[in-house]
Design a protein around this ligand. Structure first.
Ligand SMILES: Nc1ncnc2c1ncn2[C@@H]1O[C@H](COP(=O)(O)OP(=O)(O)OP(=O)(O)O)[C@@H](O)[C@H]1O
Length: 797
């Protein structure tokens, strides 16, 4: 068969005595020839085509049906159907090679096939299947490699004729051929085919720093408070803008140049014909406008997903609208020119118009050979490019300061929504003025009798303020308050109610308090996360109301929720924040290694792992290290040891102890052990108010002037235990009681330790005591007492 095909320039079927459906292909399993296989393709009578097959002869033919390969002996009966098969098998056979999962080698690609359908002596009906994508042409003899339908039809017609008339018969018409055609150069004018809309989407969607990617970067950093974190460590708004602007601009410009160069190399008229300098100015100014728009839009979004969804909607929607309106306006010619100019104020429209103009020159050039757009063409009043360039550049100049202002105003330290800024500008609303406690929303704030230590602290603050000595202290808080206004009918939440305290350098102040006491709200105000509702605080003499920028340069923060870049390593984080603090070169490397060591992150590959692979505890330790890096004079730590195992906590504590030598630290914690270990002074906050302040010893002495006696007996002896305690200390107080176990507070002035021991020993002779203990007051007892006391007095009021 192979020889036959090879020897003939056409498919000459003269040696065949019967015809059938025939498939030509390669690698046909079971086929001895390697590329020819009779197949059984139709439910209709079909004929097997075999060389030298005379009526009555037996021939063995390979059969492949689905995945089953077999051989079948059949008798040649000229003109009669030899095999029937269903049309499903035709498909099975024809497309078998292309099934999913087949390797390229395993593809049984069929080059062509004939289904003679209901052909007989009187009726010639052939369906020709021809594989135009046939890849293994080299295996097929030349004529078939180039086989086209006319050749193929000619071949089968000859075969049919010979079948009917005998092998001696030959068609006079040797073969048919495609109509000869004058050679033409295949030109592919991209701009004509795809139109400006395609380019519009290429520019806004494929540019590496496309608008929605820029927006995503900016909003992501906002959403995850990374921008705030950078700012809190000294990266000002100006440098942030410059860094990001240049980053976006450089990437996009390089891409733009490569885009135009490649477009020209592959011969796209759009790029090749038009003046490169016009293209550059057009694309470059649009990139700048796009960057400014991304900054502007980022001020209005706080969630990446929303920003992305809106950006895509804008890109596709405005692109389609621009395509529809601008094309209709220009080509319809019914609308005045200035209408189009007005529309072009929308950036997507100006981009479309510019691309449209460039595209028009490209199309004209490929049709008439005229040159592309030149600067002189911009004088032509029909050419909209000049208007577009003016609009884009003007818009960029106007929106640049607007975007900067909105971004600046909505960033941390100045936070207010762009809408409230507009309201503020319109109304000249004195939002930043100081208001008194009783003025908050016109509500009367309950001012209760305060504890002596709190009053003393306030007096100290007043004195510092009067003498204008705030710069001599690390932190001075003056009646700081935060009210979260209730939404949807919910009442307002007075989260922080008049906190006043003065913190000298070198002191670590611990803020204790139950959940919801207002600790995080207090820290959030101090670090510029939220604006105080009233009052003020001074950090190194700078007001948190007005000078947050100055405060940031000497501040370190370990927020309650870690604010880290998932894709950066721990070392990269510290290097970045170290640089913000002015470190560089070998001193930076040294400090980074020291920081990593101090929080137990230097070993086990931790420094160079991406943060997304860190455990919760590792993230926490990294956050603490970030807060301490550089020369931060005031450091805030919001529950720094949350989620740490005991060993990590200990190493963290020693890092903090080490760090507090020359700076002030304010930390919130729920761990009394941590508070006592790290803090020089402690305050307890309940319902937004400070309840007490002092050294741990002072607080224990002040609030814990009692011993705690705990005793467990059988329940029937409970009364006797109570009698014993009463005899020892008449003003004792039972604080706990559960099935035989009781806890009593015995004022120290009434009960001496030796008396208690002796009394219990003689009691044990009469009553079976299962367990007992006498303890001095702990900080935990103080905390419970103060918190409970404050809550019950709040309920009473
Ligand atoms: N953004 C907010 N809007 C409304 N209420 C808030 C907001 N943030 C905090 N609150 C409320 O203010 C009060 C103080 O919350 P805050 O988070 O400051 O307490 P906390 O002492 O830090 O608590 P925890 O120990 O659980 O962290 C709580 O009642 C809380 O529900």
């Amino acid at each position: 068969m192979q020889n036959l095909l090879t020897s003939s320039p056409l498919l000459n079927l003269s040696d065949y005595t019967s015809i059938s459906s025939l498939l030509l292909g390669t690698d046909v399993p079971g086929s001895s020839t390697g590329f020819v296989e009779p197949a059984f393709i139709s439910a209709r009578p079909i004929y097997v085509l075999q060389p030298q097959c005379k009526s009555g002869d037996s021939v063995t033919i390979p059969i492949t049906v689905g995945s089953v390969n077999a051989q079948k002996e059949i008798k040649c009966v000229q003109g009669l159907p030899l095999w029937r098969n269903s049309s499903i098998t035709i498909n099975e056979e024809t497309f078998r090679g292309y099934r999913k999962g087949k390797t390229a080698k395993g593809i049984n690609e069929i080059a062509m096939g004939y289904d003679f359908q209901d052909s007989n002596e009187n009726h010639f009906n052939v369906l020709t299947l021809y594989n135009s994508t046939y890849e293994n042409a080299s295996f097929i003899p030349m004529p078939f490699a180039l086989l086209r339908i006319p050749h193929s039809l000619n071949a089968v017609s000859n075969a049919y004729l010979q079948l009917i008339q005998g092998s001696g018969v030959k068609m006079l018409l040797d073969f048919t051929k495609e109509m000869p055609k004058q050679a033409t150069r295949l030109t592919f004018d991209f701009s004509a085919v795809a139109g400006p809309l395609f380019f519009e989407w290429v520019v806004v969607l494929l540019f590496p720093k496309k608008i929605q990617v820029m927006l995503t970067y900016l909003v992501y950093e906002k959403q995850h408070k990374l921008r705030t974190m950078m700012k809190m460590h000294g990266l000002g708004d100006g440098p942030y803008w410059i860094i990001y602007y240049m980053y976006f601009l450089i990437f996009s410009t390089v891409y733009l140049i490569v885009f135009v160069i490649f477009g020209s190399i592959i011969g796209v008229n759009f790029f090749k014909i038009n003046d490169y300098s016009i293209q550059f100015v057009f694309f470059f100014s649009f990139i700048n406008l796009q960057i400014v728009l991304a900054f502007l839009a980022s001020s209005f979004f706080s969630k990446v997903n929303t920003a992305q969804a809106i950006a895509y909607l804008y890109i596709f929607g405005s692109g389609l609208m621009a395509g529809y309106l601008i094309r209709n306006f220009i080509e319809g010619g019914k609308f005045p020119r200035h209408w189009i100019t007005v529309l072009e104020i929308i950036p997507a429209f100006s981009l479309y118009r510019g691309l449209y103009e460039l595209g028009q020159y490209a199309v004209r050039s490929s049709e008439t050979g005229s040159p592309g757009m030149r600067w002189s063409d911009l004088n032509d009043h029909m050419n909209g490019m000049r208007d577009v360039l003016i609009i884009i550049i003007l818009e960029w100049l106007v929106l640049l300061p607007v975007a900067y202002y909105f971004d600046y105003a909505s960033s941390v330290g100045h936070r207010s929504s762009p809408l409230s800024i507009i309201k503020h500008l319109l109304k000249k609303d004195p939002t930043w003025r100081r208001i008194t406690a009783n003025e908050i929303d016109g509500k009367d704030v309950h001012i209760e009798m305060e504890k002596v230590d709190i009053i003393k602290e306030r007096e100290a603050v007043d004195q510092v303020l009067q003498q204008q000595q705030t710069s001599g202290y690390a932190v001075v808080c003056d009646d700081l308050r935060k009210v979260y206004h209730g939404k949807d009918g919910n009442p307002d939440k007075f989260a922080v109610q008049g906190v006043s305290l003065a913190l000298p350098y070198g002191e670590c102040l611990g803020i204790l308090g139950p959940n919801g006491a207002g600790k995080s709200s207090f820290i959030s105000m101090m670090i510029g996360f939220v604006k105080p509702t009233s009052g003020n605080a001074f950090v190194r003499g700078f007001s948190i109301q007005n000078d947050m920028e100055k405060i940031y340069s000497s501040m370190g923060v370990c927020p309650q929720n870690d604010m880290l870049w998932e894709t950066l390593t721990g070392r990269e984080h510290l290097q970045f924040y170290g640089r913000l603090k002015g470190l560089s070169g070998s001193s930076l490397d040294l400090v980074v290694d020291e920081s990593l060591r101090s929080v137990n992150l230097l070993h086990g590959g931790a420094p160079d792992k991406q943060v997304k692979k860190y455990s919760g505890g590792m993230r926490r330790r990294l956050s603490v290290a970030i807060s301490l890096i550089g020369d931060a004079k005031v450091v805030y730590m919001d529950e720094p040891s949350t989620g740490l195992d005991p060993a990590s906590r200990k190493s963290l504590w020693s890092a903090v102890k080490q760090a507090k030598q020359d700076r002030a630290i304010i930390l919130t914690t729920h761990s009394m052990e941590e508070a006592e270990t790290l803090c020089d002074r402690l305050c307890i906050m309940v319902d937004g108010k400070l309840q007490c302040i002092g050294t741990p010893k002072e607080l224990i002495a002040r609030y814990g002037g009692y011993y705690v006696l705990t005793m467990t007996t059988l329940p029937e002896f409970e009364q006797e235990v109570e009698d014993l305690v009463r005899r020892l200390s008449p003003s004792s107080r039972k604080v706990y009681h559960l099935s035989g176990t009781q806890k009593h507070e015995l004022p120290k002035q009434e009960a001496r330790i030796s008396d208690v021991f002796m009394a219990v020993e003689s009691f044990k002779k009469r009553v079976e005591v299962q367990a007992w203990g006498l303890a001095d007051t702990t900080m935990e007892d103080v905390f419970v007492k103060v918190a409970k006391g404050a809550q019950s007095s709040e309920e009473l009021s």
